[in-house]
Write a protein that binds this ligand. Structure first.
Ligand SMILES: Nc1nc2c(ncn2[C@@H]2O[C@H](COP(=O)(O)OP(=O)(O)OP(=O)(O)O)[C@@H](O)[C@H]2O)c(=O)[nH]1
Length: 241
């Protein structure tokens, strides 16, 4: 029987020796799924395969250190750096690419709440897709519910943000991805997001500008139509530094 086009292919015994990344990539391509830096690919990784991917990235990272002419054999500080960096990418800073979304309990809006709700600032930790330099900032989310809006726990907004931001991102796409996700989960009348972040690719390297930040917003539904509501949301966000 042919596998469903959207599901990972069953393991093939003839795959022995094929790098883990190649197997995962083939499944993504067979399912015609995008695998950009800021896409989540957890659906295509089977149990135990992330450890094999970690071994592969460690090996390749060691090659990078060798090519940078760093004596990892004798330099006690860099002896395990390849493994550390691989672990940091796959299981910490870019974890949002490789793991399933956080479980979010949704409750019906029993009291038919329809007042503006704002959560923030949520700390944002990400990295730019271009240089893999940190992006550190803050995020505010405003929700205008209706009687059909699912209520989700306050902490879940931060968990969803962490999952989306834990990938190589560009800020403009990151806020849209997060807005789409919250929209799908809660189905509000309106959704507003404001993100403010420092991009280390502009501070640590490049133009070496320490003070500039990028601020962007996404407004959906009633926040687009109702200028007073938008103004109320923006005025309730504490003064940004
Ligand atoms: N629009 C946008 N740009 C970003 C973001 N994060 C980093 N960048 C920018 O992406 C650009 C990458 O551009 P390139 O010109 O290819 O890289 P580069 O030659 O190293 O550029 P410099 O940083 O100017 O040295 C830089 O201008 C970064 O500042 C982001 O979230 N959004």
């Amino acid at each position: 029987m042919k596998p469903e086009p959207d599901l990972p292919a069953a393991p093939d015994p003839s795959d022995q020796g094929v790098p883990m990344s190649v197997k995962i990539r083939e499944r993504l391509q067979a399912a015609k799924r995008r695998f950009n830096a800021n896409d989540n690919i957890a659906e295509f990784i089977e149990p135990g395969e992330l450890d094999k991917l970690l071994d592969e990235v460690t090996h390749q990272m060691q090659g990078v250190l060798d090519s940078m002419v760093i004596d990892t054999a004798d330099d006690h500080n860099t002896r395990s750096t390849a493994r550390r960096v691989a672990k940091m990418y796959l299981t910490e800073v870019f974890r949002g690419r490789y793991v399933a979304p956080p479980t979010i309990t949704e409750f019906p809006n029993a009291e038919r709440l329809n007042e503006l709700m704002i959560v923030g600032p949520i700390t944002v930790r990400s990295a730019c897709s271009h240089h893999f330099c940190p992006v550190i900032g803050r995020l505010w989310i405003g929700v205008m519910p209706n009687e059909h809006t699912n209520v989700i726990g306050l902490s879940k907004y931060a968990r969803l943000a962490e999952w989306i931001m834990g990938r190589p991102q560009i800020q403009e796409e990151a806020v849209v991805q997060l807005a789409d996700l919250i929209q799908t989960k809660t189905k509000p009348d309106g959704l507003a997001l404001v993100m403010e972040a420092t991009h280390f690719c502009m501070a640590w390297r490049g133009v070496k500008d320490m003070d500039s930040k990028m601020i962007n917003s996404v407004m959906r539904g009633v926040f687009l139509k109702d200028m007073n509501l938008r103004r109320e949301f923006l005025s309730l966000i504490p003064q940004r530094s």
